[in-house]
Ligand binder design. Structure first.
Ligand code: HDD
Length: 759
C-alpha cells in the first residue's frame, strides 16, 4: 500500500479503487472515526475483475454489500458482448448488404442494442421522483429489549446495514435539488429478521389527515395539468387553492414555508417517521413511539435567494454534496431518537396522536437517543440502486407495529401498489437493492421477471409432500400484530368521519411559528408573501391570509400588507369554538437553532479568490486549517489554470469565478496581494459572488489588501461588522483564521439580513 501510495495520488479511504483492498466490516461498537479509517469505503472498483461476472466481492463496510456482490459487474479488461454473452467484433457499424446497401434484418447485434435502449426508461415515482441515496449502517447504543424485539435494537453495538434515499417531493426526476419543498428521508434497514422501511420526511407532520385526500393534494401541487407548469414549485394557483380550502394543512404549511424546506444539504436536515408507530417487546406489550433522525452536523438551511440562484448554477447541489462528502470521507451521520409514550398518556394529550398533522412536543415527551446511522458508501449505479429501490411503509419487522393513523393505513397499501407499475410486476422484491438479507421462503410463484428458482413440486401450505415446509413459525418468532383494543365508546358502526380532536388545526401551527427565531419568522413571512404573490386568483390569496389570522395576527399582517390586502380579511371560521388548551406554547426544539451542530467545519465549502499577484503565503495557514477541519477549499480565479503569485511561484485555480459562482460556497476568502485584488475587482462575477455571500449571511475573510475588495463590492461594512465578517492585517493572519473558522462552523449571520436586501 505504501509503495503504491508513494507512486500515485492515493486516497487512503478508497483502496478498493486501486485493486488491492480487502475491505473490513465495522467492528461492533466502533466509533465513526475508526470506521471511516477502514479500507473499502468506496466501491469504484473498475480494477477488480473476477472470472465469472467481472465482479469480485469487495467486502465493504456493510453486510448488504455481500448480497449485491453477486450482481456487480465490472468490465475492466473485458471484451464487449451481447446480452447472450457473445463477443462483439464491431460495435461501430451495422451489418449492410454492401457498403452503400440497406441494413440487414439479421443484424441481431444492432437490434438487441437498439431494442434495449428503447426501453431504458421506467416510470418515475409519482411523488419523490428526484432523489439521491447512499449505503451505510445503523449502530444501536443500548439494548431496547424492554420496549421492542425489533432486531436492530437488541444489543449495544449491533450494526444493521441500511440504504437511505433522500428526495424532493413535487419535482420530476430531472428537476432541481433546491426547490422549496419537503424532503423525503427513507431508510431501509436490512435487519436479520427482514427489511424494515422507515419512510419519513424532514418535517414531522403532513398536509392531510387521511390518505383519501393524497391524490388530490398531489394533483394540486404538481405542475398544472393544462400546461405542465410550474416545475418543482408550490407557488401556483392549484396548490394554494387546495390548501386554503383544507385548514388541516395549516400546520404543515408553516413548516413548508420555513427554512426547513430549503436544507443546506441532506447531511444537515432532520428526519421524522411522522406517524405514531408502536414498539412491541417479546412479551407482546406495546408502547407508542415517534422516530426522529437528528444530524450530527447540526441543522442548517439556505435562504431563498440563494436556493433560486443555486437551482440555475447547480441543479444537482444536494446530490453532489452527498456524493462528494462520502467520497471525501465526511460521512453523513444522524442520531436516531425515540419519543415513547403509553396509550394512557396519549389519551390525556390535547391533540390526537393518530392525527399526522400534529407532533408531540419534545417538551412533553423528550427524545431519547438510541443509536446512530452513518452513510459511508456511494451506490455503484444510480439506476440499479437509487432508482430501483422500493420503500414501503408496510415493511415492518417483529417488534415494530402500526398505529391507527388513517394516513398510514393508505400508505401501507400505496407503496407496494405503485411499484408494480413502476418496476414492472410483482417480483420487485427480488431486485438486488430490495432483496432482504434474511432469506425468503414462501409459496408465492411466478410473475414477470422472476429471479428465484424455487425447487420441488410443493407450492402450497399446509402440505405433507414437502414435509410441511416452509412452515409457520408461531408467535414466538414470527410477526404478530398487536391486538390493539378498541375502547368501548369507539366501538361504533362503520363511519366515514374523524375523531373530534382532529378538527383543531391552528394550535400547533401557532406553536411552530412562536418557537422560531426572529430570522426564521421573517423567512416564513417572506415565503408566504412570495408564494401567494404568484397566485393569480385574489380569492385564494384572501382565503389563505384569513387562515393565517388563526395562527398569528403578526404573520397575517406581514403577509397581507405585502399582498395589498388592507384591511385584512376576516379570520377563517374554526371548526372548534373552544379548542383544548395546548400543553406548551413554546417549543425551542422546533427552531433550527436548537441544533447548531458541534461547531465543526466538516464538509463546508470555501472559495479562495485568486488572480495573478496573489500573496500565496497569506493563504497557507488557512488552507491547512480548512483541510484539517475537513472543509473543502476551492481556488477560484478569473479562469482555470496557473497564476503567478507575489512570491514568484504559481498557484492553480480549480475553478473560475464564472463556472463556480460564489453563491455555491459556504464562505469566501479574499487573500492579500494588491495586483491580484485589482484583477479580481475587474471581474463582476467575483464581485457578485461576494455580494451574494454577504446577502446570504455567510462568513467572509479578507486578508491585508483583500479588505479593499469588500468595499469595491459595495458591501455595507461600516463600523463594526458582524462576527461573520473577518478582516485581518497580513501580519495577524493567525487570529483572523481562527475567527473565520469559528464563524464557518456556526449558523448563518442573520443579524446582517435586511428585507428587502440592501446589497
Ligand atoms: Fe409517500 C413515496 C414519504 C404520505 C404514497 N413517500 C414516498 C417517499 C417518501 C415518502 C420519502 C419516497 C421513497 C423513495 O425514496 O423511494 N409519504 C411520505 C410521508 C408521508 C407520505 C412521510 C406522510 C406522512 N405517500 C403518502 C401517502 C400516500 C403516499 C398518504 C398514498 C396514500 N409515497 C406514496 C407513493 C410513493 C411515495 C405513491 C411514490 C413512489 C413510491 O411511493 O415508491 O406510493
Amino acid at each position: 500500500v505504501e509503495q503504491l501510495a508513494a507512486a500515485m495520488p492515493f486516497n487512503s479511504l478508497k483502496p478498493s479503487e486501486h485493486g488491492f483492498a480487502n475491505g473490513v466490516k465495522p467492528v461492533e461498537g466502533d466509533t465513526v472515526e475508526a470506521a471511516s479509517r477502514l479500507p473499502g469505503a468506496s466501491t469504484l472498483s473498475e480494477a477488480n475483475g473476477s472470472d465469472k461476472s467481472g465482479s469480485i466481492a469487495i467486502d465493504g463496510l456493510n453486510a448488504a454489500i455481500e448480497s449485491l456482490d453477486r450482481v456487480r459487474v465490472d468490465s475492466a479488461g473485458r471484451q464487449l458482448t451481447t446480452n447472450q454473452g457473445v463477443v462483439i467484433a464491431d460495435n461501430q457499424n451495422s451489418l449492410k448488404d454492401g457498403l452503400r446497401g440497406p441494413v440487414l434484418l439479421e443484424d441481431f447485434v444492432l437490434r438487441e442494442k437498439i431494442t434495449h435502449f428503447d426501453h431504458e426508461r421506467i416510470p418515475e415515482r409519482i411523488v419523490h421522483a428526484r432523489g439521491s441515496a447512499a449505503h451505510g449502517y445503523f449502530e444501536c447504543y443500548q439494548p431496547l429489549t424492554d420496549l421492542t424485539r425489533a432486531a436492530p435494537f437488541q444489543a449495544a453495538g449491533k450494526v444493521t446495514p441500511v440504504f437511505v434515499r433522500f428526495s424532493t417531493v413535487a419535482g420530476e426526476r430531472g428537476s432541481k435539488d433546491t426547490a422549496r419543498d419537503v424532503r423525503g428521508f427513507a431508510v431501509k434497514f436490512y435487519t436479520d429478521e427482514g427489511n424494515w422501511d422507515l419512510v419519513g420526511n424532514n418535517m414531522p407532520v403532513f398536509f392531510i389527515q387521511d390518505a383519501m385526500k393524497f391524490p388530490d393534494l398531489v394533483h394540486a401541487v404538481k405542475p398544472e395539468p393544462h400546461h405542465a407548469m410550474p416545475q418543482a414549485a408550490s407557488a401556483h394557483d392549484t396548490f394554494w387553492d387546495f390548501v386554503s380550502l383544507m385548514p388541516e394543512s395549516t400546520h404543515m404549511l408553516m413548516w413548508v414555508m420555513s427554512d426547513r424546506a430549503l436544507p443546506r444539504s441532506f447531511r444537515t436536515m432532520q428526519g421524522f417517521g411522522v406517524h405514531t408507530f408502536r414498539l412491541v417487546n417479546a412479551e407482546g406489550a406495546s408502547v407508542f413511539c415517534k422516530f426522529h433522525w437528528n444530524p450530527t452536523a447540526g441543522t442548517h438551511s439556505m435562504v431563498w435567494d440563494e436556493a433560486v440562484k443555486i437551482s440555475g448554477a447547480d441543479p444537482d447541489f444536494h446530490r453532489r454534496d452527498l456524493w462528494e462528502s462520502i467520497e471525501n470521507g465526511v460521512f453523513p451521520e444522524y442520531e436516531l431518537g425515540l419519543q415513547v409514550f403509553t396509550e394512557e398518556e396519549a389519551e390525556r394529550f390535547s391533540f390526537d396522536i393518530l392525527d399526522p398533522t400534529k407532533l408531540v412536543p419534545e417538551e412533553l415527551v423528550p427524545v431519547r437517543p438510541i443509536g446512530r446511522m452513518v452513510l459511508d458508501r456511494n451506490p455503484d449505479n444510480f439506476f440499479a440502486e437509487t432508482e430501483q429501490v422500493a420503500f414501503c411503509t408496510a415493511n415492518v419487522v417483529p417488534g415494530i407495529d402500526f398505529s391507527n393513523d388513517p394516513l398510514l393505513a393508505g400508505r401501507i397499501h400505496s407503496y407496494h401498489d405503485t411499484q408494480i407499475t413502476r418496476l414492472g410486476g410483482p417480483n420487485f422484491h427480488e431486485i438486488p437493492i430490495n432483496a432482504p438479507i434474511a432469506q425468503v421462503h414462501n409459496n408465492q410463484r411466478d410473475g414477470m421477471h422472476r429471479q428465484a428458482i424455487p425447487r420441488g413440486r410443493v407450492a402450497y401450505e399446509p402440505n405433507s409432500l414437502g414435509g410441511g415446509c416452509p412452515f409457520q413459525a408461531g408467535a414466538a418468532q414470527g410477526f404478530v400484530s398487536v391486538p390493539a383494543r378498541q375502547r368501548a365508546e369507539e366501538a361504533q358502526a362503520k363511519v366515514r368521519a374523524k375523531p373530534e380532536k382532529f378538527a383543531e388545526h391552528y394550535a400547533q401551527a401557532r406553536l411552530f411559528y412562536e418557537s422560531q427565531s426572529p430570522a426564521e419568522q421573517a423567512h416564513i413571512a417572506a415565503a408566504f408573501r412570495f408564494e401567494l404573490s404568484k397566485v393569480t386568483v385574489p380569492a385564494i390569496r384572501r382565503r389563505m391570509v384569513a387562515s393565517l389570522r388563526n395562527v398569528s395576527e403578526d404573520l397575517a399582517r406581514q403577509v397581507g400588507d405585502k399582498l395589498g390586502l388592507a384591511p385584512l380579511p376576516e379570520p377563517m371560521p374554526r371548526a372548534i369554538e373552544k379548542p383544548p388548551r395546548p400543553e406548551v406554547s413554546r417549543s425551542p426544539a422546533l427552531s433550527l437553532l436548537a441544533r447548531p451542530g458541534d461547531g465543526s467545519i466538516k464538509g463546508r465549502k470555501v472559495a479562495l479568490l485568486i488572480a495573478a499577484g496573489v500573496a500565496q503565503a497569506s493563504l497557507a495557514l488557512l488552507q491547512r486549517q480548512l483541510a484539517e477541519g475537513g472543509a473543502v477549499a476551492r481556488v477560484l480565479g478569473p479562469h482555470i489554470g496557473p497564476f503567478a503569485t507575489a512570491e514568484g511561484g504559481t498557484i492553480e485555480a480549480d475553478a473560475s469565478f464564472e463556472n463556480e459562482p460564489g453563491f455555491l460556497f459556504d464562505a469566501i476568502v479574499v487573500p492579500d496581494g494588491k495586483a491580484a485584488i485589482e484583477a479580481i475587482a475587474a471581474d463582476a462575477h467575483a464581485l457578485d459572488g461576494l455580494r451574494c455571500a454577504w446577502r446570504h449571511c455567510k462568513p467572509l475573510l479578507a486578508i491585508g489588501a483583500g479588505a479593499t475588495l469588500l468595499q469595491r463590492a459595495d458591501l455595507p461594512i461600516e463600523g463594526k461588522a458582524d462576527a461573520g465578517v473577518v478582516i485581518v492585517d497580513a501580519g495577524r493572519i493567525d487570529r483572523g483564521v481562527a475567527q473565520f473558522v469559528e464563524a464557518l462552523g456556526a449558523p448563518r449571520h442573520f443579524e446582517r439580513e435586511r428585507d428587502p436586501p440592501r446589497v
